[in-house]
Design a binder for this molecule. Structure first.
Ligand SMILES: Cc1ncc(COP(=O)(O)O)c(C=O)c1O
Length: 455
């Protein structure tokens, strides 16, 4: 390949039109189901995010197993999206299915504990080091409850988040740094209940000076952060960043909450375990139930004492924390099996090298073709960025987003049997993913790059 490494937009548009036509032609059954779905589902999808897939309509799934799924038109795919982490344990992991089937016949939910809750709590404690655990249905709920508890015990009204974070549909987190440096609603914040300036302070990841300045106001109950950003694109922390965060949060009496919902990809104990971090609280969801809805939050012994002292537990059934289905027997059976038999230490020892192989494959294509893009690995997850070096913060990554290019690359991959996460360019490895799966992505990605930039 010689010559142009800059993107030719008209060439991209031509390639995109051809891929759209190929997708429509190859997927008549998905298309027919999509048309039918419009009869009762808004925009033909059961959940609004599903309009974000790269094609003119989403693929309808026939079945999924391990790291693969088959659509209703009979095409098989390698799944690197894995339900955006919900299926990181692989689709239908045997041990989870066994435990869930057994529990379904013994009571799905009774608002009473089962022994699985103890084993799950013990295992989360072993992995993340936090003393006490409570369970939820989703990671969103875990974050909501953690924030409420933090506000309650500190008596402070605000939280602080990273710019371009995502922590689920948590009102306080839908804030970004605006063009003049002030906190503003993030784009697309639907029906915001209050102005985010009332609830939220925002700083860039890797900006300790800004963090110190914002915490010095004395009104921040907790910093809620992913230890590495994953939802705008992977942005890694600088060396020393987490030590600085911990020191500043302690100095200002602010609690530190690590959201490990995605960064669990860094190892069995997530980024927190892999790097010896010591947050006051930790939240997680998605994958821990192997696909069965489940979330959890953990906290230190010291914080447990503060909760007991300030939370009126007599009124806890209507106190804004918990829920009748939270901690249900089915979720707990799924968590126990998934953590102790599927997403094990040994599984991570296989998955992380696959993340490295995926990143090396993409990097090899970029180097060989002199394309000025960058690839980042975070354990079992990897991602390419449309920029020559790694992003240092959320704004930098956001500024290099390219929806048109991203859509094309995802559609190209889908038309060749590879599913990427529909947001930015992220791929996730499961215990069932193989080297051959990874190499298929490298091949397909190489062809896409050649089509875009080749002679
Ligand atoms: C870091 C992080 N936390 C929390 C959530 C919320 O997860 P859920 O939508 O399953 O509640 C997400 C979802 O993408 C996430 O990425």
């Amino acid at each position: 390949m010689t010559g142009a490494r800059t993107l030719d937009r008209s060439r991209l548009a031509r390639l995109m039109a051809a891929e759209m036509a190929a997708f429509e032609q190859a997927n008549p059954r998905s298309k027919a189901l999509f048309e039918r779905a419009k009869g009762s589902l808004l925009d033909g999808v059961p959940m609004n995010w599903m309009v974000k897939w790269a094609g003119p309509f989403p693929l309808f799934v026939e079945s999924a197993s391990g790291a693969h799924f088959t659509d209703v038109d009979g095409h098989e795919y390698v799944d690197f999206c894995l339900g955006d982490t919900g299926a990181m344990a692989g689709h239908g992991a045997e041990a989870t299915i066994r435990a869930v089937e057994r529990q379904m016949r013994r009571g799905i939910t009774h608002m009473l504990p089962t022994e699985d809750a103890i084993v799950s709590g013990d295992e989360l404690r072993r992995r993340f080091g936090l003393r006490y655990w409570q369970f939820t249905i989703t990671a969103t709920d875990a974050n909501r409850f953690a924030i409420r508890l933090a506000r309650e015990v500190t008596g402070r009204p605000k939280i602080l988040v990273h710019n371009h974070n995502y922590h689920g549909s948590v009102d306080e987190t839908f804030a970004v740094i605006g063009p003049d440096g002030a906190v503003v609603k993030r784009r697309g914040n639907i029906g915001a209940p209050v102005e985010p300036t009332l609830t939220t302070r925002v700083v860039e990841i890797n900006d300790l000076e800004a963090l110190g300045r914002e915490l010095a106001h004395g009104d921040v109950s907790a910093v809620l952060m992913e230890p590495a950003l994953t939802n705008v694109g992977i942005v890694l922390p600088d060396p020393g960043y987490h030590e600085g965060v911990r020191e500043l949060t302690r100095r200002h009496g602010t609690l530190l909450i690590n959201d490990e919902t995605h960064t669990i990809c860094a190892g069995p104990g997530g980024y927190t375990g892999a790097h010896g971090l010591s947050p006051d609280m930790l939240t997680i969801g998605k994958t821990i139930g192997g696909g069965i809805p489940a979330g959890a939050y953990g906290f230190t012994e010291e914080l447990a004492e503060r909760f007991r002292a300030s939370v009126p537990w007599d009124d806890c059934d209507a106190g804004g924390i918990g829920g009748t289905l939270a901690g249900n027997a089915l979720s707990l059976a799924a968590i126990r099996a998934t953590l102790t038999e599927v997403l094990t230490d040994e599984a991570f020892a296989r998955m992380i090298p696959l993340g490295a192989r995926w990143a090396a494959g993409v990097d090899g294509v970029l180097r060989a073709d002199d394309v000025p893009w960058h690839v980042t690995q975070l354990g079992a997850r990897a991602e390419y960025h449309f920029m020559p070096d790694r992003p240092r913060n959320g704004a930098e990554q956001w500024a290099h987003g390219d929806a048109e290019l991203e859509r094309f690359l995802h559609l190209w991959a889908m038309n060749r049997g590879v599913l990427m996460t529909p947001f930015h360019n992220m791929a996730l490895m499961s215990p069932a993913t193989t080297e051959a799966d990874v190499d298929l992505h490298t091949e397909v990605f190489g062809e896409a790059v050649e089509a875009l930039f080749g002679d």
